[in-house]
Design a binder for this molecule. Structure first.
Ligand code: SF4
Length: 451
């Protein structure tokens, strides 16, 4: 999809015309990739002399980095543009992100929008600021031709104990409910040496855990010359960096190879934690979703994962109320998940995204039904997570301390993603400590320090 408004008179401003004392604020919706891209734009603007202020403070320049995952997020994006003008009627508004990418015309027509740029154009934000605009300008290139991956700026992690490295962007799968291939383009990978350099920088900044993220990280390397794979990348990180823990973001079921499982099982740094989008446990629903596996495949995969990684956290994404989902199909999903040795679920009621095949499928499921089904699965998730967590009571676990939690306890995550709370103070944040869980406390394992 490409959109370029040719009717605007554009005059490049000399760099010295950039008002260096101007303030800028960001309003960002959506996924981690979008958050990282906002952080990268923020860093570029700070480098150019802009002062970052809060959205509510009414900046001179407002960047709205939109999300378009559902019709509801489109509406939220439009509201943020209107709010920016309400807080400071004289501000300059730039809209970017996935909604800007797939429907720039809708945003251009909102009162007060000065510039609409696509996801690739984010990287040239400073160039756009030098254009002396006479009217609203739209610059959105065809994202299917995009080749770059925006690596996460280090400053995104100030005050955090885990860092995220974006190794990949885009997706080629075109599932019937998902707009991402249109909003983020084809799957493309960051260069291995750039990823290693970034991890080195994070280690030098004191980080002990890095999470590899992207839209579709299992597709890592297929576009590189020479070709590579996620498994190869993980092995290179283990041999070529000093990071203490490496965690993998969400991976498609068809991309969890035997080699990758073996690498995780034998690695000293890779955490035994897999986050897998199942989406539905009914073959008919999976087929309508355009997913490329069935229940049998998924069952065998989970058995293999559990066999290779007995203590692993296995978390599934599930969508309830997909168009046409009958009570029987939902019951199939519920019973299937109940039978699997998985440890947690992320459940999302289906929400229509205009422009996708699923949005025009017949038999759309009413919202209250999708939500009720989601609640049933969330209750199942609580039971599964508690059972998994209680299996580690009295076992010594390594924790990287994240932050202070309530009730005078510190919080941290084990290698297998258990939420552990234990006595301590802020000086521990970012440190690796040993704890022993003693009791399940509603949402977490209350633990003792081991000295
Ligand atoms: S694999 Fe994920 S990102 Fe790609 S189209 Fe399917 S749901 Fe969307």
């Amino acid at each position: 999809m490409s959109f370029k408004d040719e009717h605007n008179a554009r005059v490049p401003r000399p760099a010295s015309c950039i008002p260096v004392t101007q303030t800028v604020s960001f309003a960002t919706l959506g996924c981690k990739t979008n958050q990282f891209e906002s952080a990268a734009m923020q860093e570029a603007l700070q480098g150019a002399g802009y002062k970052i202020v809060r959205f509510e403070d009414g900046a001179d320049l407002v960047i709205v980095n939109t999300c378009t995952v559902t019709g509801a997020t489109d509406a939220q994006s439009r509201n943020l543009v209107r709010r920016a003008r309400r807080v400071n009627a004289g501000c300059r508004v730039i809209v970017t992100g996935c909604y800007a990418q797939v429907d720039p015309g809708a945003l251009r027509d909102l009162p007060g929008v000065n510039l609409v740029i696509g996801n690739e154009e984010k990287q040239r934000l400073l160039d756009f600021l030098q254009i002396d605009q006479q009217s609203t300008l739209v610059e959105v290139s065809d994202i299917r031709h995009a080749e770059s991956v925006c690596l996460t700026p280090l400053t995104s992690f100030a005050g955090r104990s885990r860092a995220f490295v974006q190794i990949q962007n885009g997706c080629d799968a075109f599932c019937s409910y998902c707009i991402i291939p249109y909003a983020r383009g084809a799957s493309r990978s960051a260069q291995e040496n750039e990823i290693l350099a970034q991890i080195k920088g994070l280690v030098e900044s004191g980080f002990r855990e890095v999470v590899l993220t992207g839209i579709h990280i299992g597709g890592y390397g297929a576009d590189l010359q020479p070709r590579s794979t996620l498994n190869e990348l993980v092995k290179r990180i283990e041999s070529g960096s000093a990071i203490h823990r490496l965690r993998l973001g969400s991976i498609e079921p068809t991309e969890i190879t035997d080699e990758l499982l073996e690498t995780i099982a034998t690695s000293l740094i890779v955490c035994p934690h897999l986050h897998i989008p199942l989406q539905a446990g009914s073959d008919a629903v999976l087929q309508r979703m355009g997913r490329t596996y069935n229940r049998d495949f998924f069952l065998r995969l989970i058995e293999k994962v559990r066999g290779a990684l007995p203590d692993a956290a296995i978390c599934l994404d599930v969508i309830t109320g997909f168009p046409g989902e009958t009570e029987r199909e939902f019951a199939d999903t519920y019973e299937f998940i109940a039978s699997l040795p998985v440890t947690d679920l992320h459940v999302f009621p289906y929400s229509k995204r205009p422009g996708t095949p699923a949005a025009v499928m017949s038999n759309q499921v009413p919202g209250h039904v999708s939500k009720a089904r989601a609640e049933k699965l969330r209750s199942l998730a609580k039971v599964k997570y508690k059972r998994f967590a209680e299996g580690f009571i009295n076992q010594e676990l390594e924790v990287i301390v994240e932050t202070g939690a309530r009730k005078g306890l510190m919080k941290g995550l084990s290698r297998n993603y258990l939420d552990l709370r234990f006595p301590g103070n802020q000086s521990l944040v970012g440190q690796c400590v040993k704890v022993k869980p003693v009791v399940w406390d509603e949402h977490f394992l209350r633990s003792e320090r081991v000295w």
